[in-house]
Design a binder for this molecule. Structure first.
Ligand SMILES: Cc1cc2nc3c(=O)[nH]c(=O)nc-3n(C[C@H](O)[C@H](O)[C@H](O)COP(=O)(O)O)c2cc1C
Length: 187
């Protein structure tokens, strides 16, 4: 039986948030509340990080339409499209990290992905739409002037991002094919 929270709303189990999650690419544009943003950031700060090196990472919280537009336009130019690559979402959180250009960067990329996915699942639990964003992030990583403008620390590179916002789309149980990812069981 589903539990209810103090306000009487049904509490979504984390497993349901994971199984119902989908990439949402339509947003009403309504700003994400400070309370919801705080909760999303808390799940980022709760993420495991390789060797506990949290100081190697930076989160950039973008809500001002001026910066959302600038980041989107930069990506549109890079990817030669006139379609929004941030989908009109009111919140974009960018994860930057230190990269060394060696195979050890695997850890740095994994840290960023783990942080983004924690926030994505929390967004589902909060009833908000969300989508991992690689395109806008990689376009940003190629524009050092824009990186400076948005205060990405020297020596760090934007590698992952998440858009979040109110949506009219619903999360419903999804069919998850059990052969979706090549899985090898060693005997
Ligand atoms: C690392 C990563 C980067 C992604 N980048 C983008 C992106 O830039 N734009 C986008 O619309 N979707 C992006 N996605 C979403 C994927 O396209 C999506 O997760 C995949 O097609 C499966 O669909 P689902 O999320 O609805 O299950 C990204 C997902 C991941 C994990």
């Amino acid at each position: 039986m589903q539990k209810k929270d103090l306000k009487g709303s049904f509490i979504l189990r984390t497993i349901d948030a994971i199984l119902n999650r989908k990439s949402v690419r339509t947003y009403t544009g309504k700003p994400v509340s400070d309370a919801d943003l705080k909760q999303l950031l808390k799940t980022a700060y709760a993420s495991p990080v390789s060797m506990g090196e949290y100081s190697h990472l930076t989160l950039t919280v973008v809500t001002a339409s001026k910066w959302l537009q600038k980041l989107d336009q930069n990506a549109q130019k890079t990817f030669h499209t006139d379609k929004s690559m941030l989908y009109g979402a009111p919140l974009f959180i960018i994860v930057s990290t230190k990269l060394q250009g060696t195979p050890a960067d695997n850890g740095a990329y994994s840290n960023a992905a783990t942080i983004v996915e924690n926030m994505n699942i929390e967004a589902v639990e909060l009833g908000l739409g969300a989508c991992h964003i690689w395109g806008v992030t990689t376009a940003l990583a190629q524009n050092h002037e824009l990186m400076r403008e948005i205060k990405v620390p020297d020596g760090q590179t934007p590698v992952a991002g998440l858009v979040v916002g109110e949506t009219t789309e619903a999360y419903t149980p999804r069919n998850i094919p059990m052969d979706r990812i090549n899985t090898i069981k060693l005997t």
